[in-house]
Design a protein around this ligand. Structure first.
Ligand SMILES: Cc1cc2nc3c(=O)[nH]c(=O)nc-3n(C[C@H](O)[C@H](O)[C@H](O)COP(=O)(O)O)c2cc1C
Length: 531
């Protein structure tokens, strides 16, 4: 495989053929959803004694949150509100955990690693976050002077957090399409980190110049003895510091990266499954989309004022903690136009506005909307143009769409009036959740031109989609409805509907928001009742 295109093409679901997967679940080899680095010193993180004071809008607005010094307490709180467990569910004898961040099939391929300064009870070094125990596992200790050098480079107090993916966790169930899902999940986790950081007055910045090899070196992945098929693949490294601190570098200089290659990494990764299926196409896709070193880039998203917002009385941390995927929706459940627009408005990138100010890049993903039940908004098909270029996407679409602006100074356009419930259900692998909701979404990414230049941006397109999904999840909760990510959709049916005749744009992820019908058979337990 020389380009990422064959992977994308091969992993489309079609009406008459789904992308290849095992076809049935091999329960004996279900991967352990938790990674442990056995033999590492463990530091239990404290749980929040007091919830952050932040209100709904403070999830997004950086200026509203006071800076809190970085300590084990605040890092514990930051992880508790981004990647920790959020609940346990049980039904007829089986029990499973759920997390603050969503994941396709609840399989959780994303792992987090941190580089931390010394605190009273812990030394400077590289750590893995274990969400089951809400604990850090120390993988490497720093020699004296290294942290100070890093701090001088950033000219700021802060710490690093990065994400990796274990493809096998997803491919166990989803086979070849799993590489897409791992990247969407990483985007959800990144947005979750960015918004949780905000509640402590911090900002997460993606270090966009680093290569995947650099990230692998920093986390010691190249010096870890992995069980076959269970290696963690580096996704990204971010710096976290006082949100008011600008400008910041977007890289680590090579001499600092090479200092990590001299560290001794402890810990043996636990075995996740006894046997595996090797989906070679995933390793090939990972290889062709490996990120090289690139120039440091900064992005200016402007400061467009927010629309008049429908506010929530829920606090920011309540919204984060109660996020759940809806499993069925009530077609009668409507939302107001103001809520609809407020939700969409949060998906637009702005400076100093979480989560997109992590600065992954310029926006590349637009939202195709199937509006089913939004008061004062005609049912129909709409586009929210996030990439600031309505003419480009318009040119790629069916000429018969009307492209009528809905709201002054807001990039939302009506394409066609009509009842799209059946169509939305149909294109989302016949899942009723897409047609029974108030509205559902197809995330349509700029594709061919982006990937011809840089195959590694394939992963970024899915990260960006996952980030949008995370905003939609939280906004749904804020407005007393619920959301669900939809990774299963018939790619080319969406393209056909829009009239695309090439791959200038592609559908990357779907989503739905509406009034959820609760499954009353499930019992819930508090997230850390087991500790
Ligand atoms: C990338 C992604 C794809 C998903 N695809 C689907 C889907 O096609 N259908 C569905 O019902 N749920 C889907 N979900 C929801 C997950 O099943 C859900 O996040 C997971 O079971 C964990 O539950 P929670 O979100 O309540 O924590 C998806 C979630 C993500 C993040």
């Amino acid at each position: 495989m020389n380009t990422i295109m064959p992977y994308h093409e091969d992993t489309k679901h079609h009406l008459d053929r789904y992308a290849r997967s095992a076809g049935q679940m091999d329960w004996n080899n279900q991967p352990d959803p938790f990674r442990f680095y056995e033999g590492t010193p463990q530091i239990s993180l404290p749980f929040l004694r007091q919830e952050p004071k932040a209100a709904h809008q403070d999830l997004y607005l950086r200026e509203n949150n006071a800076f809190q010094p970085v300590s084990l307490e605040t890092i514990g709180g930051f992880l508790e509100l981004s990647l920790a467990l959020s609940a346990w569910k049980a039904v007829s004898g089986s029990q499973w955990s759920l997390r603050i961040n969503p994941s396709s099939g609840n399989l959780h391929p994303s792992e987090a690693h941190l580089i931390l300064p010394a605190f009273e009870t812990s030394g400077t070094g590289v750590y893995h976050y274990n969400p089951l125990l809400h604990a850090l596992e120390q993988r490497a200790e720093f020699p004296s002077g290294l942290w100070q050098k890093i701090q001088r480079h950033f000219n700021a107090d802060g710490f690093f957090i990065g994400l990796s993916s274990i493809f096998w966790r997803e491919s166990w169930k989803y086979g070849e399409r799993a590489f897409r899902y791992c990247n969407i999940d990483a985007g959800h986790a990144l947005a979750g980190l960015s918004m949780a950081a905000n509640l402590f007055g911090w900002r997460v910045i993606y270090l966009n110049a680093l290569s995947d090899k650099d990230v692998s070196t920093v986390f010691g992945f190249d010096r870890t003895s992995w069980h076959e098929m269970e290696a963690e693949q580096p996704e990204m490294l971010c710096f976290v510091c006082d949100a008011r601190h600008t400008p910041l570098p977007r890289s680590l200089p090579p001499d600092l990266v090479s200092r990590f290659s001299t560290l001794s990494f402890k810990g043996t990764p636990n075995r996740l499954s006894r046997e595996h299926v090797n989906w070679e196409i995933i390793s090939e896709a990972a290889a062709v989309s490996e990120k090289p070193k690139t120039d440091e880039k900064r992005y200016d998203y402007g400061n467009a004022p927010l629309l008049k917002q429908a506010d929530s009385s829920l606090s920011a941390s309540k919204i984060i903690r109660q996020r759940r995927s809806g499993m069925a929706y009530n077609p009668e459940g409507a939302i107001s136009k103001e809520q609809f627009l407020s939700i969409l408005d949060k998906t637009l990138p702005r400076n100093q506005f979480a989560p997109f100010d992590v600065e992954l890049g310029g926006p590349c993903v637009n939202l195709l909307l199937f509006v089913h039940n939004v008061n004062e908004v005609e049912p129909g098909m709409y586009f929210l143009v996030r990439d600031k270029n309505p003419n480009a996407i318009k040119d790629a679409c069916e000429p018969r769409f009307i492209w009528e602006p809905v709201e002054k100074n807001f990039p939302l356009y009506l394409l066609q009036v009509g009842d799209f419930r059946d169509i939305a259900t149909h294109v989302s692998c016949h899942q009723d959740i897409a047609g029974d909701s108030a509205f559902s979404v197809g995330m349509i990414g700029k594709f061919r031109d982006v990937l011809e230049k840089s195959a590694w941006k394939y992963r970024h397109l899915f990260w960006e989609s996952g980030m949008i999904g995370q905003v939609l999840y939280l906004e749904a909760e804020a407005h007393s409805v619920r959301g669900t990510g939809i990774g299963c959709y018939f790619d080319d049916e969406v393209h056909k509907l829009l009239g695309f005749n090439d791959n200038t744009y592609q559908s990357l992820y779907h989503f739905t928001i509406g009034q959820a019908i609760e499954d009353r058979r499930l019992f819930g337990y508090p997230p850390y009742h087991h500790l």
